[in-house]
Structure formats: structure tokens, C-alpha cells
Design a protein around this ligand. Sequence first.
Ligand code: HEC
Ligand code: HEC
Length: 208
Amino acid sequence: MMKRFLLAAVTAGLVATNPAALAADPAKAKTIATTVCAACHNVDGNSSMSVNPKLAGQNADYIYKQLKNFKGADGKPPERANPIMNGMAAGLSDDDMKNLGAYFDAQKRKPEVAKNRDTVEYAQKLYRAGDASKGLPACAACHGPTGAGMPAQFPLISGQFAEYTEAQLKSFRIGERSNDPNGMMRLVAIKMTDAEIKAVSDYIAGLR
Ligand code: HEC
Ligand code: HEC
């Protein structure tokens, strides 16, 4: 039964005979990246406007997951709602999403800078140690001391536009963004004040 299925699948081209063909191929994503995504994220994933997050250097697996979350499946609403990206992801195949992840992962991130000197020290403390008095965990525990993240689950957050980071934290806080596994980010953001979110987002922009 299994053998017959495999044979049929191979002849139908469903099973790649060369294992390497299953791996993500950044070169294949280049056309989509340069003709479609570049309009907002730039060719190298270093977007110029803060509403469009930087993708350069982001973990391939995280990008792949976000694109799947933006696309949605089985007629269910997408797990991550954004009118622009829901439209962008709708036409991408699973392979496209994997290849695009590998493509942007391979680009070098051009980091932003922290702008508020008055809050940098306090933000660094929150980032590295959290605030035990209210059960706020350290960002570094999951995103690493330099914000580089940890494949596959934890995204790179350093060097990102402060405005984008702030918007995402607020979105997690009210549960509008709820595609985080086990509510990990919602449990963090719900413990943060506006001032903490602002300070940490500014700090992360200059973190490297
Ligand atoms: C018209 C502008 C536009 C285009 C074109 C566009 N994006 Fe986006 N993208 C956005 C915006 C805006 C967001 C932020 C969504 C949010 O706030 O949740 C985003 C978010 C993302 C994210 C999530 C990043 C993160 O850090 O979580 C990924 C991944 C992404 N885009 C990939 C792509 C890819 C791949 C393409 C090309 C197929 C593309 N985008 C095309 C505007 C665009
Ligand atoms: C328990 C682990 C954990 C902790 C602690 C944590 N994060 Fe996260 N964070 C995650 C995970 C997992 C995701 C990815 C969610 C997804 O898959 O969409 C994430 C996503 C994010 C994003 C969205 C990135 C993007 O590109 O859209 C931001 C911003 C972020 N975290 C900031 C922070 C900050 C700031 C702190 C500290 C105050 C923090 N995180 C603490 C696990 C954690």
C-alpha cells in the first residue's frame, strides 16, 4: 500500500528524488523578493520605513512561520492578521515561504540606533533581568543577550525599528496578535506599562 503510494507520488513528481531539493533555496526566492517584497522591505530586507519591519538577518524558520500565519489554512482566518501581509502571503506556496525565509536570513541587518539616552540604562536592566517584583521575565532569556534570537522559535529582535517593536508589544498585550506559541509573548507584554514598552523598544533598536 505504502510502496504503491510512494511510487505513484514519485511518478507524479510529488516526492523529490533528490533530497537536496527539499532544502530551502534562497536563489529561488530572489525573483519574488526583488519584484514583490522589495517594494516595502527593500531588496536586502532592510526596510526604510518603520511600519515595514526589517527582515534582513531574521531567522529563516521564524519568517516561514510568520508567512504561514499570515496566509492561514483550511479556510480558517489567518493566525496573524494584517491586511497587507495577509494579501501578500495568500499567493505564496509552501516552498516560496521557505525559500523567502532563507533569502532574507542570508541578508545582513543594518541596525537602527537607540534615541533616548534617558531610558537606555533602565531599559537595559529590564531587557537583561526583567522585573521580578511583578514577574516580568527577562527578554534576554528567550531572545538572547544581543537580541539575535534562537532558531527556530525565538526571533531576532535587535536593530529593528523601535516603532515596529512598540506596535507589536502593544498588539501582544491586548491579544490582537496571538500567534505566539503558548502565549509566550502575550504573557510578557501583559505585564508591561506603556513607558516600559517604549524604553525597551528604543533600547532594542540599538542593541547588537
Ligand atoms: C505593501 C507593503 C508590503 C509588501 C509588498 C510586503 N510586506 Fe511584509 N510586511 C509589511 C508590513 C506593514 C508588515 C508588518 C505587519 C504587522 O504590523 O503586523 C510586514 C511584515 C512582514 C513579516 C513579519 C516580520 C516580523 O518581524 O514578524 C514578514 C515575514 C514579511 N512581512 C515578509 C514579506 C515577504 C516575504 C514579502 C514578499 C512576498 C512581503 N513581506 C511583502 C508590508 C509589506
Ligand atoms: C518566554 C520566552 C520569551 C520571552 C521572555 C520574551 N519573548 Fe519575545 N517572543 C517570543 C516568541 C516565541 C516570539 C515569536 C512569536 C511568534 O511566533 O510569532 C517572540 C516575539 C517577539 C517580538 C515580535 C518580533 C517581530 O519581529 O515581530 C518582539 C518585538 C518581542 N518578542 C519582544 C520581546 C521583549 C521586548 C521581551 C522582554 C520584555 C520579550 N520579547 C520576552 C518569546 C519570548
